[in-house]
Unconditional design. Structure first.
Lengths: 151, 220
């Protein structure tokens, strides 16, 4: 899966994902790839997040539950949660780690990762169950740089 | 207010607005910025080129994801990868505009290889968010994308054949019979009742199964 976030020259943000899903899935299965807030999320005022991994698990953390914490605690949507955490003032690294750790607490065997980027261009990644790499290109770079995140 | 005070206010406002403009210009030096999962270098370069030429964030995202679909990044993006149990490749894709919060997405799209472009068409030309399956394919083709096309490749069919030879293991089924061979599958609950299988054992099976299924070349 690729999840991409772009901040354009105007400072506007967009995200996108594309995947052919899990190998040997049961026909008809859809993962989190096309689910906004799970595989990716963007808010121009805050930043963006992209996710990769076990989409069957990642898409179980629903945003409408997050809005009703007193009724359904401990549920959220990974990418949405990262952006919302940044909205509340968290740095991207902490926001990414927090989102991943929330899933891992419920699913210790979970394999997945997220990257977070805020409106100021600060980015970070977090992962669980595998070593994750993400790529960055900004004006001060000569070419794309790859960053490695350990679980 | 005296004319002199008005002049001072005017100078102050002009200076202030000028400073705000300078601040924005400084900020824009850190843009454009592209961040992507995995070392999909050519995809990031494609997104960067688009953004650097002044295209919108949405356009740059589409360029980046399209490059990955064409390159079949890691076999996890685009056509010719991740065959399902029937050997078929389907595409999921999404695009989200962080300015308008508009979203377009396609899921389990068959016969059309341009996932992200189909997602953008959903965002641009419908009031919906997500189209799925063959209806998504029909929409994408009707909006001008090429298809219908067989999304399988020699590689994906080889992986699928090997998986069939390995008795369809591993797979995403649980609590079904048969356990160690290909289907058709049937629920195992009725058998459990008669055989008195312990609940804990079933729970173990559920938690143990996932880590073997998802990996670096098999993920969403």
């Amino acid at each position: 899966t690729i999840a991409v976030a772009v901040v354009d020259k105007m400072g506007h943000i967009a995200v996108g994902t594309s995947t052919n899903g899990a190998m040997f899935k049961i026909p008809g299965r859809v993962g989190d790839g096309p689910i906004a807030g799970s595989s990716a999320y963007a808010d121009d005022e805050i930043g963006a997040c992209g996710a990769t991994g076990d989409g069957d698990i990642m898409m179980r953390f629903l945003p409408w539950h997050a809005r009703l914490p007193a009724i359904l605690p401990c549920t959220f949507m990974a990418s949405y949660q990262v952006v919302e955490s940044m909205r509340l003032g968290m740095e991207p690294q902490l926001a990414a780690k927090d989102a991943i750790s929330r899933i891992a607490r419920k699913f210790p065997d979970f394999v997945g990762a997220v990257f977070a980027v805020n409106k100021n261009g600060v980015h970070a990644g977090a992962c669980h169950g595998w070593t994750f790499q993400y790529s960055v290109r900004s004006p001060e770079m000569d070419d794309v740089e790859v960053l490695t995140v350990l679980p | 207010m005296a004319p002199k005070n008005l002049l001072s206010l005017y100078i102050f406002l002009v200076t202030f607005l000028h400073l705000v403009g300078v601040h924005e210009a400084v900020d824009s030096d850190q843009y454009p910025l592209v961040v992507s999962t995995w070392p999909f270098l050519d995809a990031v370069r494609a997104a960067w080129r688009a953004a650097d030429r002044g295209f919108s964030a949405v356009d740059a995202v589409v360029e980046g994801c399209s490059a990955c679909e064409e390159l079949r990044c890691d076999g996890t993006v685009g056509p010719g990868g991740s065959p399902d149990e029937n050997g078929e490749t389907t595409i999921d894709a999404l695009v989200m505009d962080g300015v308008t919060m508009e979203v377009g997405a396609v899921a389990a799209m068959r016969y059309v290889k341009d996932g992200i472009r189909a997602a953008r068409l959903v965002m641009q030309h419908t009031k919906h968010t997500l189209l799925v399956g063959e209806q998504a394919s029909a929409f994408a083709i009707s909006m001008g994308l090429p298809g219908p096309t067989n999304l399988s490749s020699a590689e994906s069919m080889a992986k699928w054949s090997k998986w069939k030879e390995d008795s369809c293991q591993p797979n995403f089924w649980k609590k079904v019979v048969p356990v160690n061979s290909c289907g058709p599958f049937h629920p195992r609950e009725s058998l459990d009742l008669t055989e008195g299988t312990c609940f804990k054992a079933k729970q173990m099976e559920t938690t143990e199964s996932r880590s073997s299924l998802i990996g670096l070349h098999n993920h969403d």
